[in-house]
Design a protein around this ligand. Structure first.
Ligand code: SF4
Length: 426
């Protein structure tokens, strides 16, 4: 059973007089488990919905969807599938006390993998889930492989029950499902020969594995550091050499590099990033793969729409990961707008200095960094650092922060978005 949270006006849901709180029980006599059932089973032009109104009355709707009319039904959030693993590097286990409750949930949910690109391990799949993935064609999925050797993978996941990943991917691949995969690199465990084996096994699965990213493990000050360490610069360079070997082969045989090092891997290795063309459609950008080149490309693409901001002093807030890489991005945008960009690199006071991504910056740390900055006309903040309700990790609300700093603030994913808007508003 799933429940309606909201109904949009001028939608099919409104025409049916569905109300918030209505329980959606079945479509075409098939019981509804979650949003996937609802979306897929109501995609046809005709279907029958069985619902229970908040009054308790059960109604069967014989629906014929007029062309172009959206369903307009927002469902209550699904119950998240919990993770059955206990990785030493688990970010959630490394969370300090006092964050939003949602941040303590260790999710491992193939539905969120399909919908939002969250990486899942597939260790908690039941046969019924596999059938659903195939029936609803939930493809591509984002899968944390880490190691193809079952023993090494079980050790990394701290899950002796974890099924073998290569046969799992092979079965789903044969049935039409594709994957973006990642290897979180843990020195001394899945690097060296293990990395070669893992990449070789994934490559051997053919076209169903669309890409693989190699990401150096990121620990917080609260992680189990006695059990897991971060790679050294040398270890990152060695991993990049392996990545390059597979990428060169894939480029020759399949026309795309297929295997990518995360920006952080290049940064930690002290090796320059490849050009933007290397990353194709930037499909693992959210995983920190090609993020810098993506920003540069967005800026270049918006060049004609960027306003003249000559004389403006614009603060750019970022985490310590992008700090050293950002000047090359800002150079381009300064040339296009005439503005002066002043980088504000913020250390993560909540998770610790080793958490370097801008998307995990707490509002309190950003506020602290901007509080005395009377030299800025406005500041760009990383849009990934707030949730849909514009609240930071530490529950600081964006509008409250904006009231406490001496300059206007704008949220931005790629600079171009906020600056074009700024030009329109000016
Ligand atoms: S798979 Fe590992 S890292 Fe991911 S949530 Fe589970 S325990 Fe944490």
């Amino acid at each position: 059973m799933i429940r309606v949270q909201a109904v949009a006006p001028e939608s099919l849901g409104a025409a049916l007089e569905l109300l918030p709180g209505t329980e959606l029980l079945a479509v075409n006599a098939r019981p509804l488990e979650d949003f996937l059932d609802w979306e897929f089973l109501t995609a046809d032009e005709q279907f029958v919905v069985l619902a229970r109104l908040p009054s308790g009355e059960e109604i069967e709707y014989d629906v014929e969807r007029p062309e172009g009319l959206p369903m307009g039904v927002t469902l209550e959030p699904p119950r998240i599938r919990r993770c059955a693993n206990h990785c030493d590097f688990c970010f959630v286990d490394g969370n300090p006390a006092g964050l939003r409750a949602r941040l303590y949930i260790r999710d491992d949910d193939y539905r969120l993998s399909f919908r939002y690109g969250n990486f899942a391990t597939l260790t908690n799949l039941k046969p019924w889930d596999v059938e659903r993935i195939v029936e609803y064609r939930l493809s591509p999925l984002y899968v944390s492989v880490h190691a193809s050797d079952p023993t090494v993978r079980r050790w990394l996941l701290r899950n002796p029950e974890a099924p073998e990943i290569v046969p799992q991917l092979a079965e789903l691949g044969e049935r039409g499902i594709a994957f973006h995969t990642q290897v979180v690199l843990v020195p001394g465990v899945n690097d060296g020969a293990e990395l070669v084996r893992t990449l070789g096994d994934l490559y051997g699965l053919g076209g169903s594995v669309l890409s693989v990213s190699v990401v150096p493990v990121a620990l917080t000050e609260y992680s189990k550091r006695q059990l897991v360490g971060e790679p050294t610069a040398d270890q990152c360079r060695t991993a990049l050499q392996t990545v390059d070997r597979f990428a060169t082969r894939a480029l020759a045989e399949r026309g795309s590099p297929w295997c990518y090092g995360a920006d952080d891997l290049y940064l930690q290795a002290g090796v320059p990033l490849p050009g933007p063309e290397w990353y194709g459609d930037f499909e693992q950008r959210e995983n920190g793969v090609g993020a810098v080149r993506y920003l540069q490309r967005q800026i270049a693409g918006a060049r004609d729409q960027l306003p003249d901001l000559a004389g403006k002093r614009i603060g750019v807030v970022t985490g310590t990961a992008m700090g050293p890489l950002m000047p090359q991005v800002l150079e381009d945008i300064a040339a296009a707008t005439g503005a002066e960009f002043r980088l504000v690199v913020v250390e993560n006071t909540m998770f610790g200095r080793s958490v370097t991504t801008a998307g995990l910056l707490p509002g309190g740390a950003i506020e602290e960094a901007l509080r005395e900055r009377t030299d800025l006309d406005f500041a760009l903040l990383p849009a990934e650092a707030v949730n849909d309700d514009l609240v930071f990790m530490d529950d600081v609300e964006a509008h409250a922060l904006a009231n406490r700093v001496p300059m206007p603030v704008r949220f931005s994913y790629d600079f171009a978005d906020a600056l074009v808007e700024q030009g329109v508003a000016a």
